[in-house]
Ligand binder design. Sequence first.
Ligand SMILES: Nc1ncnc2c1ncn2[C@@H]1O[C@H](COP(=O)(O)OP(=O)(O)OP(=O)(O)O)[C@@H](O)[C@H]1O
Ligand SMILES: O=P(O)(O)OC[C@H]1O[C@H](OP(=O)(O)OP(=O)(O)O)[C@H](O)[C@@H]1O
Length: 215
Amino acid sequence: MWTYRFKGPSPESRPMTIGLPNTGRLMSEVLASCPSVLGQFQGNRRLVARIGDFRILLARSTDLPMLVTEAVCDAVVTGRDYVWEAGLGEVLHEAWNYGYQKNELCLIGRPGESYVTTDALRVVSQYPNLADKFVRPVYPNATVRPISGAAEMYLREGLADVAVDAVMTGETLADNGLVAITSYLESYAALYTLPGIADETLSQIYDLLRIGTIS
Ligand SMILES: Nc1ncnc2c1ncn2[C@@H]1O[C@H](COP(=O)(O)OP(=O)(O)OP(=O)(O)O)[C@@H](O)[C@H]1O
Ligand SMILES: O=P(O)(O)OC[C@H]1O[C@H](OP(=O)(O)OP(=O)(O)O)[C@H](O)[C@@H]1O
């Protein structure tokens, strides 16, 4: 077993850096509200751009939380679920709740099935760490299989007993004959920093991202 560690630049040696998602729903929402940032990344494959005193860096939503603790970014916009999945829910400071991409991370199963007697529950999830954290205390013999998406299919095809997945409208569950058994975590898009960020710095980040003011 070997451990891998980034060697990020020291925060003093680089411009203020904000990490934003490079794909998906989150990217579309965040960039739609920031024309100055959007303009830098439209029609090209750049992942880093300079805007005034700031540097904007694009990365996968799931990787952004770690880029704050590795000192590559001063702030990131990502899903609250990804911050907790990265094990940083109690480490990072939530500096702004965007109020969109709202959903609940739930335990999902087939209706009417009792899992209590199942000795070795088979769990699939895009959130393997959270699935393990929530399910294992109740089902010590559970196996958690990491997947990339379409969790509902694994239940339908009998490859898993339950899934830990995001539920927003509940449409995907209904269309696949599944139900939410328990809700574990509320999620939404938010801005995260290290704790103790200066109000003045945060205010500059808010201005760039066109979000609220410090209360
Ligand atoms: N049906 C949904 N509606 C709204 N938000 C959702 C839904 N499902 C997941 N989310 C949330 O949206 C965020 C996922 O956004 P993200 O852009 O990273 O992924 P994506 O849209 O699946 O795209 P991609 O997989 O291409 O990166 C997560 O924080 C997740 O909790
Ligand atoms: O409750 P709903 O409004 O139906 O939304 C829930 C669905 O949305 C997400 O999937 P996504 O669209 O990201 O596809 P994926 O499962 O392939 O990642 C999530 O994984 C659920 O499948």
